[in-house]
Unconditional design. Structure first.
Length: 143
């Protein structure tokens, strides 16, 4: 996610969202090859939401284009937060009909725990890696 966030901070949200959507389509094809299409695609709407749309919202980081570290970190948090909610609602409304979630977690808590577990780690890594990129001035560019 760092390259998409960096590009969106550098070129804007529109470029970042298009790049994120392309990244999501590539991730979809990769998952289809490695895991199998039957294991990751339940409906076409689910595939669109969890791959191009969810990865595309990473580009929302570009809405926070102020060249400071704190604003960029806030943008990273915002984009991952929106991505979390997309995965969460797909988990509640789609994956709950396909898989049985652990009974002790329930329908509403399990998708939050599942998606929060990997997205929180991704967010921490992104926030750590964005700091040196911004400090080194890599967001400055000439047209």
């Amino acid at each position: 996610m760092v390259p998409v966030m960096w590009l969106s901070l550098r070129r804007g949200a529109r470029v970042g969202m298009v790049t994120g959507a392309i990244f999501g389509i590539m991730a979809l094809f990769e998952d289809m090859v490695l895991v199998g299409a039957a294991n990751i695609i339940v409906t076409p709407l689910q595939a669109m939401l969890e791959y191009p749309v969810a990865f595309g919202v990473i580009g929302l980081t570009g809405l926070f284009r102020d060249r400071s570290i704190y604003v960029a970190e806030a943008g990273a948090c915002f984009s991952v937060f929106v991505r979390f909610w997309i995965h969460y609602f797909v988990g509640v409304f789609v994956w709950a009909n396909v898989y049985s979630f652990p009974a002790q977690w329930g329908l509403w808590l399990w998708p939050a725990v599942y998606n929060g577990s990997f997205l929180s780690v991704e967010l921490i890594v992104c926030m750590i890696l964005l700091v040196p990129l911004i400090e080194k001035g890599t967001l400055q560019y000439r047209l």
